[in-house]
Design a protein around this ligand. Sequence first.
Ligand code: ZN
Length: 179
Amino acid sequence: MIDQIIEFNKQFVAEKAYEQYITDKYPNKKLAVLSCMDTRLTELLPAALGLKNGDAKIIKNAGGLVISPFDSAIRSLIVAIYELGVEEIMVVAHSNCGACHMSFDHFHHEMIARGVTDETIDTIRKCGIDLDAWLEGFKDTPTSVRKTVETIKNHPLVPKDIIVRSFIIDSVTGALEEQ
Ligand code: ZN
């Protein structure tokens, strides 16, 4: 598949298809969106929010979550605020998210089947990594998205004038519901 993508890319550049996307690194709408990596949202999320190239910093991970106050999602938001002029943040969870009801037990079986050993898992645990917390999903989407918003709002490095709001988007219709 990657080879096919490389071929496509040569054509894309040769045809100057990039011209319609040219912009700069500063988000025109001074907006950051934290959302899920779900493939249903790849085009649906920006389309349903009316966002074009250059409008917003879009940060994605499994579940659209902040799992700890100094994780990669918060780091990206801090950069977006201080370096790129972001003033408003939308945290957008979605219906039927794959990260809902995830658990390490499920991954554990898959990992063993794919060649990871229990010894490796024990070593990681002995290093102080809480694998259960790291790979745990959320039980309830509205509670989870509001918790992520609270973590961002109460973060000691996030300025108090930053607006942070929580939403759930319908994975089919793109309908946005504030939480
Ligand atoms: Zn998801």
